[in-house]
Write a protein that binds this ligand. Structure first.
Ligand code: AMP
Length: 191
């Protein structure tokens, strides 16, 4: 099964993607996690990445598309995958759609996490204390949300219009267990 998760930072999509990937026995492919792992490499790329990520801005499309192309062709993805945090720009989305086409892959489900931005800010501040993520402070949140609205919102709109049968909007203000049940129900209904 091949699934995409859309949603602003702090919408809980990472938590839900992890839970659903376990349930369906498919790979949870979080580009944020992959990039954070690279930060410890200590090479010149990691220094550049750190600068961009801690400011709340987006890493270049070339880097992301390369990461995704490598991952999607690896055996880890044999059973299927959840894309969490990608595509985030129209250019990434174009790349993904043509990658699916040329490799005869079919997208099964798209989840769009919807949540009030005030709630998102509160959640991110809490996560910042718990996980000590350098990109989770109030100064950076605004940049991250602005990027979401400007760059990623048009991508989710594209998928809602072009894959409307497989596109599900989720009320992300609900409890974790409630959302989890909803996602499992939808994915197990033959989509
Ligand atoms: P996340 O954990 O998904 O919020 O990602 C953390 C940071 O990694 C983002 O703020 C971006 O700097 C970078 N990042 C993750 N995914 C992408 C992507 N698809 N395109 C560009 N930058 C990304």
């Amino acid at each position: 099964m091949k699934i995409i998760f859309f949603g602003p930072p702090g919408s809980g999509k990472g938590t839900q993607a992890k839970l659903l990937a376990n349930e369906l026995n498919i790979l949870h492919l979080s580009t944020g996690d992959i990039l954070r792992e690279k930060l410890s490499d200590g090479d010149s790329l990691s220094i550049k990445l750190k600068k961009v990520m801690s400011s709340g801005n987006l890493v270049s499309d070339e880097i992301l598309n390369q990461i995704i192309a490598n991952k999607l062709m690896s055996e880890e993805c044999g059973n299927g995958f959840i894309l969490d945090g990608y595509p985030r720009t129209i250019s990434q989305s174009d790349f993904l759609v043509s990658f699916f086409k040329s490799n005869s892959l079919i997208l099964d489900v798209i989840f769009n996490f919807k949540i009030d931005f005030k709630l998102v800010e509160e959640r991110i501040m809490l996560r910042s204390k718990q996980e000590q993520r350098s990109d989770d402070n109030i100064n950076v949140i605004k940049t991250r949300l602005d990027n979401f609205i400007e760059e990623t919102y048009p991508v989710s709109k594209f998928f809602s219009e072009n894959y409307s049968q497989n596109f599900f909007t989720i009320d992300a203000s609900q409890e974790v267990s409630k959302i989890q049940k909803e996602l499992i129900n939808i994915t197990k209904k033959g989509h």
